[in-house]
Design a protein around this ligand. Structure first.
Ligand code: NAD
Length: 486
């Protein structure tokens, strides 16, 4: 087994320390670039799950009772430590996911640090309000929810661990995080760093496992909130299970987002946006604009320039910083992508370029562009979660808006045009939680992120996340006598 230098030392991080229980079913961690096993973790047993929940429950109240400024200081210290260790953490992220170091150095641990810094800064200013009622008055208190569970997808394991952990902890909650079984390593390092930064034991536990471990956490009566990043089918199950216990939820689910490019768009920017919105992280991004609607007048120029720029993709060793396109995360995900590409060809779409499996170890496929795609094709309707761009033609603004919204998903939407009036008019009608004008897939922590329709409920990041990790208590105060009817 090839080991990574910065690898965590055990499967779980519970109650302030690494713990192992080899009675749990093994999960091999595979480096997607080579297909080699680089680590083995074990699923959490019932005893580990119990320790994770019990220690979180025991630690949460004292944490909530601390002044916000003290909680925030610990989060901001962790942010500084993450930045100082960015290279090591990025190398680990690359091994966990296969994403090239040229990405992970800039968007994974660093965006996690941004979240800890941002919510660490907010922790001291989470207050209620004073409500005058004539001579009487009321006030509100913003209280934590209690024990929160975070369940992650495999595409951004460090970022997801921080996007859920940072607001939860800032609000005075405890967090139990279950990473995706495909990428179990990175969240453990976040737990390690948070505790090194001074977080009391039990407040950020990481336990491993497949869906059943997630379900056990969601079903426990001591858990008050569940935040899932995953697919729509999993989201439905987790939402239903959480509803049985009337728990709070945040659902960050899948998408099939539209990217609309008008004739008057800046061609280089539009092509760049389409590349970012389809091929970054080898297309494994929930908010990707995979239905690229291109107005007839710019269509040929767009396809020609796109093909030229795709020739500059550097596909190779993810640890080489010159590489800008990595493998699929797993053999399974590669198979899914290959089946969709075959389906696209079968249903009559034109494969302009890419979509070829590389003849080497690991899970490699070249970025694929389909043209002549129609709205009813499978590749235009279902989330693929891989590097497959569908180019669809349009002529009329009203028509493209209707077609863009004709999907069960509603995560993101983008528009490229030089006409700013049109840009705002179009995004106003987009059924999507996050919209982009002349850009695509920016996700700074200062801006709320989340979906509508089947893409989810709730918001991550920004001040909006506070509402999803806290609740309001109202307190009425009577200054005069109580006048009862008898
Ligand atoms: P997935 O739904 O297969 O798994 C997500 C997580 O849920 C995993 O940790 C898994 O173990 C867990 N899980 C599965 N069944 C469960 C159950 N019954 N109870 C509790 N937990 C359970 O998703 P994936 O394949 O890991 O990730 C890809 C999906 O995630 C895509 O659909 C993508 O769009 C979505 N995603 C969304 C966002 C977002 O912010 N909206 C971000 C990244 C990925």
């Amino acid at each position: 087994m090839t080991q990574v230098a910065t690898q965590p030392t055990a499967s779980h991080f519970v109650n302030g320390r690494y713990v192992e229980d080899t009675a749990g079913a093994p999960i091999d961690v595979i480096y997607p670039a080579t297909g080699q096993v680089i680590a083995r973790v074990h699923e959490a047993t019932a005893a580990i799950i119990e320790e994770a929940i019990a220690s979180a429950d025991a630690a949460q109240k004292a944490w909530a009772a601390l002044p916000g400024v003290q909680r925030g200081r610990i989060l901001r210290r962790a942010a500084d430590m993450i930045r100082a260790r960015n290279r090591d953490l990025s190398i680990l992220e690359t091994h966990d996911t296969g994403k090239p170091l040229s990405e992970t150095l800039y968007v994974d641990a660093t965006s996690g640090a941004d979240a800890l810094e941002y919510f660490g800064g907010l922790a001291a200013s989470l207050t209620g309000e004073h409500i005058p009622l004539g001579e009487n008055w009321a006030y509100t208190v913003r209280e934590p929810l209690g024990v929160c569970v975070g369940i992650g997808a495999w595409n951004y394991p460090t970022q997801i661990a921080c996007w859920k952990g940072a607001p939860a902890l800032a609000c005075g909650n405890a967090m139990i995080f279950k990473p995706s079984e495909t990428t179990p390593l990175c969240a453990l390092k976040i737990a390690e760093i948070l505790h090194e930064a001074g977080l009391p034991a039990g407040l950020y536990n990481v336990i491993q496992g497949r869906g059943a471990v997630g379900a056990a956490l969601v079903g426990d009566a001591r858990v008050d909130k569940v935040s899932l990043t995953g697919s729509v089918p999993t989201g439905k199950k987790v939402y239903a299970a959480a509803a049985a216990g009337m728990k709070h939820v945040t659902m960050e689910l899948g998408g099939k987002s539209p990217l609309i490019i008008f004739d008057d768009a800046d061609l280089e920017d539009a092509v760049g946006g389409a590349i970012l919105g389809n091929f970054y992280s080898s297309g494994q991004v929930c908010s990707n604009g995979t239905r690229v609607f291109v107005q007839k007048g710019i269509r040929e120029a767009f396809l020609a320039r796109l093909s030229e720029r795709l020739a500059d993709a550097v596909i190779g060793d993810p640890l080489d910083e010159a590489t800008n396109f990595g493998p699929m995360v797993s053999e399974g995900q590669l198979g899914i992508v290959q089946r969709y590409i075959a389906k696209g060809v079968e249903e009559g779409a034109r494969l302009v370029c890419g979509g070829k499996r590389l003849d080497k170890d690991g899970f490699w496929i070249t970025p694929a562009v389909f043209a002549d795609v129609t709205d009813d094709m499978t590749i235009a309707r279902e989330e693929i979660f891989g590097p497959v761009m569908c180019v669809l033609d349009f002529e009329d603004e009203d028509d493209v808006i209707a077609r863009a919204n004709d999907t069960e998903f509603g995560l993101s939407a983008g528009v490229f045009t030089r006409d700013l009036t049109r840009a705002h008019r179009v995004v106003a009608r987009m059924e999507a939680g996050t919209c982009y004008i002349n850009t695509y897939n920016d996700a700074p922590v200062e801006v709320p992120f989340g979906g509508v329709k089947m893409s989810g409920v709730g918001r991550e990041n920004a001040k909006a996340a506070i509402a999803h990790y806290s609740q309001v208590k109202s307190v009425f105060v009577r200054m005069g006598r109580v006048e009862a009817p008898f």
